[in-house]
Ligand binder design. Structure first.
Ligand code: NDP
Length: 324
């Protein structure tokens, strides 16, 4: 029996719970495609799956972003051929030499985009796409607050906001990360542990921000809430510092009839046609040069524990990929 190497988790916990194992090579059934992986995107959500914060049935594979080459198609798949380059987001099991997915989960990668670039941005850029074009649409001219501005999602957000003509004010944990965010389009970026952070952020939006995109959660919730303008929108889309304990409706009233939303990419991916349309928007931005893909960390599959420790230890910037 043919085997492939894949990351497996049998018990949730620290990064060391991940092991690389030989598992049977998956076969595509009707409507499915096997992709030989070129690169797997690494996302903070993978650490939530591994730790059990977002529970999965165990044992499980990990990783939900990647790109590769079609090497076998199942019955009924007649619009993708062996050898074509494809990418995907939000499909479990990407940390592997090969993955089998429904044809409907895959998009073709255009000539102007490499497999590594696609693997590094599909999930992250689709997230920025729905945040900026749907959750709180930016039309240009807004000043918005975005935490963790030098991260994987963050550096894409800086560039996409600039492209849309919005001013993105960011936060990050080191001066180097702040410089990086500014080089990618943030108008300003402040140290997240600056004791005068609230005052510094307020000077760019004296009446309050119309929207805060907050993926840090527990440690930034109060700060973000206090910086919103009346009728402003709190977009809570992640838990890098831990989940927010509780949202008290009365505090939304006191802040000035605030809106609170907790969006997920999965909701958007489930909408017919959305994934392909989003991929088209992302590939167009990369092709035009408006979005440069920052792959700042590359790891071998065997170094997956190091990759997670680096991401959770706040040692990374931009995108990280695993090369199987
Ligand atoms: P990042 O590359 O942004 O890494 C996470 C960053 O969070 C760190 O680099 C760090 O930046 C910051 N951070 C702040 N506090 C902490 C802390 N206590 N521990 C660790 N990190 C901290 O990750 P991703 O690009 O993969 O994801 C960014 C966020 O977006 C995540 O919260 C993720 O869950 C969320 N997300 C949500 C989606 C959705 O649809 N809801 C989809 C995709 C991502 P710094 O050092 O500058 O503080």
């Amino acid at each position: 029996m043919s085997t492939i190497r894949a990351v497996r988790v049998e018990t949730c916990g620290a990064a060391e719970q991940m092991t690389v194992q030989n598992v049977p090579e998956p076969k595509p059934s009707a409507g499915q495609v096997r992709v030989r992986m070129s690169a797997c995107g690494i996302n903070l959500i993978d650490t939530y799956h591994r730790s059990g914060l977002y529970p999965l049935p165990l044992p499980t594979g990990l990783g939900c972003e990647g790109a590769g080459v079609v090497d076998e198609v199942g019955e009924g798949v007649d619009d993708l051929a062996v050898g074509e380059r494809v990418a995907f987001a939000m499909a479990m099991g990407a940390y592997a030499e090969a993955i089998v997915l429904p044809r409907t989960s895959l998009v073709r990668i255009p000539d102007s985009v490499s497999n590594e670039q696609a693997a590094a941005v599909m999930l992250k850029a689709m997230t920025v796409d729905y945040l900026f074009n749907e959750t709180f649409p930016l039309n240009g001219g807004e000043t918005v607050l975005f935490h963790a501005a030098a991260g994987g999602v963050g550096l894409i957000a800086c560039q996409w906001a600039r492209h849309l003509g919005a001013e993105l004010v960011g936060t990050a944990s080191t001066p180097e990360k702040c410089d990086l965010a500014i080089r990618h389009g943030a108008s300003h970026c402040y140290l997240s542990d600056d004791p005068e952070l609230a005052d510094k952020l307020r000077q760019h939006a004296p009446e309050g921000y119309p929207v805060v995109y907050d993926s840090v959660g527990k440690s930034t919730y109060r700060l973000s809430l206090g910086l919103l303008a009346p009728l402003g929108t709190f977009v809570s889309f992640g838990n890098a510092s831990g989940p927010i304990d509780a949202v008290v409706p009365g505090e939304l009233a006191l802040g000035g009839s605030l809106y609170f939303t907790r969006p997920t990419l999965a909701t958007h991916m489930a909408r017919p046609g959305w994934m392909q349309a989003s991929a088209d928007r992302i590939f167009a931005l990369i092709s035009s040069g408006a979005l440069s893909v920052e792959i700042n960390q590359r790891y071998a599959l065997d170094d997956v524990v190091q990759a997670h420790n680096d991401l959770e230890g706040r040692l990374t910037t931009g995108s990280s990929i695993l090369i199987p």
